[in-house]
Design a protein around this ligand. Structure first.
Ligand SMILES: *[C@@H]1O[C@H](CO)[C@@H](O)[C@H](O)[C@H]1NC(C)=O
Ligand SMILES: *[C@@H]1O[C@H](CO)[C@@H](O)[C@H](O)[C@H]1NC(C)=O
Ligand SMILES: *[C@@H]1O[C@H](CO)[C@@H](O)[C@H](O)[C@H]1NC(C)=O
Ligand SMILES: *[C@@H]1O[C@H](CO)[C@@H](O)[C@H](O)[C@H]1NC(C)=O
Ligand SMILES: *[C@@H]1O[C@H](CO)[C@@H](O)[C@H](O)[C@H]1NC(C)=O
Ligand SMILES: *[C@@H]1O[C@H](CO)[C@@H](O)[C@H](O)[C@H]1NC(C)=O
Ligand SMILES: *[C@@H]1O[C@H](CO)[C@@H](O)[C@H](O)[C@H]1NC(C)=O
Length: 502
């Protein structure tokens, strides 16, 4: 069976519509797969399972028997191929020991070649013949039970039990003698049934081993850019309930070259699996600390102690404004005479830097961000940058979140801002001047810049090949949750490199 399918079943983070609370410790991103999600995953799994069984070649079967008037017949069945598998019903249940998947009432056609040779003391010259036969297998059952545990931050899948049972089969001989037909029915029925059972059981086991390998090979960290990575290590064991599977990943941002971002764990975080009554396949809940950890990583990137990409620094130099005149001391002649007196007719620039890590809070309506920015006014004189004043700004912004592809994206909207003069070498600046300069810079640069940075969004941990569909966003302080259906959009085969979408 294709592992990515089972993986979706097991690791798409998840939900139930009945809305109980799951105790998931220490995970800042958690997921619940609801009964609907399990059902969908099961359908995919069965479909892929059929795909892996169809055209399966079973080993040759050889048997010999004493046939009246014919003598000792040695019969070989070869090229035994499973074809046209139909599944009548299937179910997935979460039991005490793990996830149980059962397929029942399946049918399959087998095609095969037969040949025999025989000799008797009456007719010492051997006779032989060959031809085709088909077998219809009915009432076939396939079942498996798997369990999931956390093994050093990865998910370990254990196949606890599996098997295949063939209830009935009928043989149709093309050509051949009637004694041969009787022999096949008498002597081979059991062999054919066993061959089918063994062949399919083997495939189930193989699929689960591959799936386990895939789970083990999933990254524990997703690199987001040159500066940060998302810790996607699993935390704790998956929680199996009657109709859903919940699991949690660490979910925090870490700096690329840092050992670890200081993180204050809130023990025993509880997340709800409810989706506001909507029947969705999965629910992914993200704690506001995920965003705050990102804020910390990018903020620290500003300081020289930690290596980070220039492009990721929370810093911006502005030397062009819509009202360009403002960036020349001449324009300030009457407003700030001191400035003009000391630096007559010099160009200026604004050095905007974030002065403390932005604080992100998830409320019941949206996400609120408080961003502290210093705008340093520099005068450019003879190739020298001379800071002359610094304005501190506290920006309150809200952002609504949307799902774009498999990313969670957002756009900041300015709510309000407040300013004060942090320091000045050019005397007191007029409040009106500070306000209008700040307002202009905010609207023209800071917010567009932040929104540009946010455009990329945060990749939701979902497996390659799956996409979100009809996603709804729920805000439940301090969690933001994505309730969504998923659809399988790509085909990923056993052994193929798979991972998270980034
Ligand atoms: C399978 O067997 C049934 C009954 O013999 C037949 O109707 C059907 O066409 C067969 N399918 C294939 C693919 O051979
Ligand atoms: C499918 O299962 C139902 C009940 O489980 C049964 O009534 C029906 O005959 C089955 N169909 C086939 C084709 O086996
Ligand atoms: C037996 O089946 C094979 C293909 O599986 C076909 O090439 C061959 O012609 C068939 N032989 C008879 C005698 O029907
Ligand atoms: C699970 O099912 C059992 C019996 O069906 C029931 O007693 C129990 O309350 C259910 N638990 C949850 C969490 O729904
Ligand atoms: C990632 O998260 C796991 C589980 O919480 C933790 O043990 C590990 O130290 C974290 N890795 C980094 C680099 O922070
Ligand atoms: C980075 O932020 C710190 C505040 O912790 C500030 O003192 C420093 O000047 C900033 N560095 C740069 C390069 O902007
Ligand atoms: C911008 O200001 C920061 C301090 O706020 C300083 O560290 C940095 O060197 C300045 N950058 C430029 C290009 O002036």
């Amino acid at each position: 069976m294709t592992p990515s399918i089972v993986f979706s079943l097991l690791s798409l983070l998840l939900v139930s519509t009945c809305g109980y609370v799951l105790p998931l410790e220490e995970g800042f991103i958690s997921g619940v797969i609801s009964d609907k999600g399990l059902e969908y995953a099961k359908e995919l799994l069965v479909e892929k399972g059929i795909g892996s069984i169809e055209m399966l070649q079973l080993p040759e079967i050889e048997n010999s028997a004493q046939v009246p008037f014919v003598g000792n017949a040695k019969v070989v069945l070869s090229d035994i191929t499973i074809k046209d598998v139909q599944v009548n019903s299937s179910s997935v249940k979460i039991g005490e020991s793990g996830v149980v998947l059962v397929v029942s009432g399946a049918t399959a056609n087998l095609s095969m070649r037969w040949r025999y040779s025989c000799s008797t003391w009456l007719i010492p010259i051997g006779i032989s013949d060959s031809g085709n036969a088909s077998v219809k297998v009915t009432g076939m059952q396939v079942g498996l039970t798997v369990n999931l545990r956390n093994q050093e931050g990865s998910l370990k899948l254990t196949l606890l039990d599996y098997g295949c049972y063939v209830r009935d089969l009928s043989i149709k001989l093309e050509g051949g003698a009637s004694w041969l037909y009787q022999l096949l029915v008498d002597a081979f029925e059991g062999n054919i049934a066993s061959a089918v059972e063994d062949g399919i059981s083997e495939k189930v086991k193989e699929g689960m081993v591959n799936l386990d390998n895939l789970l083990q090979s999933l990254p524990k960290q997703i690199s987001l850019d040159k500066t940060s990575a998302l810790n996607v290590s699993f935390v704790g064991n998956p929680v199996l309930s009657n109709s859903s599977i919940a699991m949690a990943i660490n979910g925090l941002f870490t700096g690329k070259n840092e050992v670890s971002v200081p993180q204050g764990y809130e023990k025993g975080l509880k997340i709800s699996s409810a989706c506001g009554g909507l029947p969705k396949m999965i629910k992914v809940s993200i704690h506001e600390d995920v965003f705050n950890s990102a804020s910390l990583v990018y903020y620290n990137c500003n300081s020289s102690c930690c290596s980070c990409a220039q492009a990721d620094k929370m810093q911006l130099i502005v030397d062009e404004l819509p009202d360009q005149a403002i960036l020349n001391t001449a324009e300030w002649r009457f407003i700030v005479p001191q400035l003009y007196k000391r630096y007559p007719n010099d160009d200026m620039q604004l050095n905007i830097s974030v002065s403390s890590p932005p604080v992100i809070q998830v409320t019941y309506q949206d996400i609120d961000a408080t961003i502290f920015v210093d705008i340093t006014i520099d005068v450019l004189e003879d190739g020298e940058v001379i800071p002359v004043a610094c304005i501190s700004v506290e920006i309150s912004a809200s952002c609504a979140v949307e799902i774009v592809g498999n990313n969670i994206g957002s756009r900041f909207r300015l709510q309000k801002f407040s300013t004060y003069l942090k320091w000045s070498k050019i005397g007191k600046l007029h409040m009106y001047l500070i306000q209008s300069l700040t307002s202009s810079v905010l609207k023209t640069f800071i917010l567009p810049y932040l929104n540009f940075k946010l455009k990329r969004g945060l990749p939701l941990p979902i497996i390659n090949g799956f996409g979100f569909q009809n996603a709804n966003i729920l805000y439940t302080q301090p969690w933001i949750a994505v309730c969504s259906d998923v659809s399988f959009i790509g085909d990923y085969y056993i052994g193929q490199q798979s991972g998270y979408v980034s």
